[in-house]
Design a protein around this ligand. Structure first.
Ligand code: PA5
Length: 431
């Protein structure tokens, strides 16, 4: 199970502050269970792992299998919570060189997450010569970025395969009733899945929104759900911070905030977790950053970023704390070879695994950052696999709700996202 260690954060915070926040946690925990807090109509994710039905899982797996049989590429169209969860899990699990491998897995491509004309041009040019299918994911069914990408891709797909075959290669994931995408899907006869009403975009990875692309990419969605279910049970049982790790994380990060640490950097030493960090940034940024409150969520991939952001973290303004995802095991083993000349001076490491060096880099960095005044929360897992990703997803979602309520904001809305849209629509002359 995911373990949390806060010993390297404790010395940076006022223990009375920690105790004050902890005191409020029982009622926060209860309000999540009873669905009585702010934005409670969006708490559907809370018991999603234990309530997702075998029928939905079977339908997702069957649909994924059909796509895997007929498509070499699978385009996931969506933005924000409608694509980050899937991408986080897929990129955590897949071979980083998947794009260049001859495997049975369809290559997963993304669209609708930006408005770059060149990106879309190059995507369409690639798809001219490839066999593909797509899913369009939008809870509201009206978001501009995915809508534009979808319009272009439907035209491309229909020109390539004809309207009937094109329709069989499109899966729409949207609201049960509302939105332009639902109407279109019904008109054209696309296969559809529902985004539950009570689950917001950034909390939707364990619905078809995340599960379909993950299954198409060839990963085990049953085990992912089992991992989340395990964490759901572990956390539902108690509001005691020594039993419920999400509570411990929420208390610690809020206590750090009250002690002046208002930037949290999610750290990994495994580059495959890069998109997991992007998912986490969205989850916390969109949930907490409102009413001029919230911890600014940032991310860094080590050791890569030790040669860039590492300088600031070690030596810049002291307002930063780190949450380290520490992975204790790897899937493969490579040892550093002996070299006769030893011109690079690396023979002292010969016979040692690359991961051993990475682990020492992690230990050394942790000590340097703590000595330099950077509190660290450590989250430990033994491997990057479906089970642990499921646990981490649920852990972070729940801790995000606890944290949002501690800050006294509604963690489930995103009113700030509307401001850019309003200006853009005005500039575009939308009626
Ligand atoms: O978390 C959220 O609610 C947002 O990030 C949405 O997922 C994002 O704006 C996309 O919305 P939609 O799925 O309605 O297209």
């Amino acid at each position: 199970m995911l373990k949390i260690d806060i010993q390297h954060a404790n010395s940076f915070l006022d223990s009375n502050e920690y105790k004050n926040i902890a005191k409020g946690m029982n009622s926060i925990h209860q309000s999540v269970i009873d669905k009585t807090g702010r934005g409670a109509e969006f708490l559907g994710w809370h018991n999603l792992p234990s309530s997702i039905t075998p029928e939905i899982l079977e339908d997702i797996k069957q649909t994924a299998e059909n796509i895997r049989k007929k498509a070499k590429f699978f385009v996931v169209i969506g933005i924000g919570g409608s694509y980050l969860g899937a991408r986080a899990v897929i990129e955590s699990l897949q071979n980083p060189f998947e794009a260049y491998q001859n495997s049975n897995n369809p290559k997963i491509l993304y669209a609708g997450q930006n408005l770059s004309e060149d990106y879309l041009h190059d995507l369409l040019a690639l798809l001219d010569n490839e066999d593909y299918a797509l899913t369009v994911i939008s809870k509201s069914g009206t978001t501009t970025e995915p809508a534009i990408a979808f319009r272009l891709l439907v035209k491309h797909l229909e020109a390539k395969y004809g309207a009937e075959e094109a329709a069989s290669r499109i899966i729409a994931i949207t609201d049960a009733e509302k939105g332009a995408l639902r109407t279109l899907a019904e008109q054209k006869g696309y296969k559809t899945f529902i985004v539950p009403d009570d689950v917001g975009g950034r909390f939707s990875v364990l619905t078809p929104v995340g599960l379909l692309p993950i299954a198409v990419a060839g990963f085990n969605i049953d085990t992912l759900i089992d991992g989340a279910k395990f964490m759901e049970n572990a956390c539902s049982a108690s509001s005691d911070e020594n039993i419920n790790p999400a509570i411990k994380y929420a208390i610690t990060r809020n206590a750090l905030l009250r002690n002046g640490y208002d930037i949290e950097i999610l750290i990994n030493f495994s580059p495959s977790l890069m998109y997991f960090t992007e998912w986490w940034k969205q989850l916390y940024g969109e949930s907490e950053g409102k009413e001029h409150k919230g911890i600014f969520p940032a991310g860094a991939n080590f050791t890569t970023d030790l040669h860039s952001m590492g300088q600031y973290i070690q030596d810049g303004r002291r307002q930063v704390f780190e949450t380290l995802i520490s992975v204790t095991g790897v899937k493969h083993s490579i040892t550093i070879p002996e070299n006769e000349q030893d011109l690079d001076g690396l023979n002292y490491l010969s016979g040692k695994s690359v991961d051993y060096v990475n682990q020492m880099a992690q230990k050394g960095t942790l000590k340097a950052h703590i000595d330099g005044g950077v509190p660290n929360i450590i989250l430990e897992i033994d491997k990057i696999n479906e089970e642990n990703l499921g646990q981490m997803i649920y852990f972070f979602e729940l801790a995000c709700a606890y944290s949002g309520y501690t800050l006294d904001v509604n963690p489930f809305d995103q009113p700030g996202v509307e401001a850019y849209k309003k200006n853009m629509f005005e500039l575009l002359g939308k009626k």
